[in-house]
Design a protein. Structure first.
Ligand code: 4NP
Length: 161
């Protein structure tokens, strides 16, 4: 790829569990492939419940187990995100509906809204499961899903050029 970095925003409900992990994993995989300069990544939530908070400690722990640090703080999706980002990646169908509703209401933005698991080869469920109310095993499972899906998304974006 060449030219301006492709900007990618990962979105879940609270921006403390799934989307910060997706952002961290995507950035780590891009670095591994030597293409980190070609992307700008961020994450946000459709809800504001946890705005200003760091990633959930269980997400941070599973990321750290895989050598990835999560350094951001939760924020809610803003109208500007639909203009600033090329691609907005929803973790589940509910997130996608919220994003599409928001964009219609705001009449804004050309960002492409896609589903994270569309890039997970062999996924039978369209959603990245919400691990918030489960145990630590759920976070490890989400990590593996996101690792496959972020790798697939990177392949797809590399092929676009
Ligand atoms: P996330 O997980 O959307 O992956 O960040 C959740 C975080 C918080 C809540 C639900 C899901 N909550 O209900 O507060």
């Amino acid at each position: 790829m060449s030219g301006a970095p492709v900007s990618v925003l990962f979105v879940c409900l609270g921006n403390i569990c799934r989307s910060p992990l997706a952002e961290g994993i995507f950035a780590a995989l891009a670095k591994e492939r030597g293409v980190e300069g070609e992307f700008h990544v961020d994450s946000a939530g459709t809800a504001a419940y946890h705005s200003g908070e760091p990633a959930d400690s269980r997400s941070a722990a599973v990321a750290a187990d895989h050598g990835i640090g999560l350094t951001g703080f939760a924020r809610q999706v803003t109208p500007r995100d639909f203009e600033r980002f090329d691609i907005i990646v929803a973790m589940d169908r509910s997130n996608r509906r919220s994003l599409e509703r928001l964009r219609r209401r705001l009449r804004g933005g050309l960002a492409e809204i896609v589903m994270m698991r569309d890039y997970d080869p062999g996924a039978r469920d369209p959603d990245v499961p919400d691990p918030y109310y489960g145990g630590p095993g759920g976070f490890e499972r989400v990590f593996r899903i996101l690792e496959r899906a972020c790798s697939g998304l990177l392949d797809e974006l590399a092929d676009r050029d």
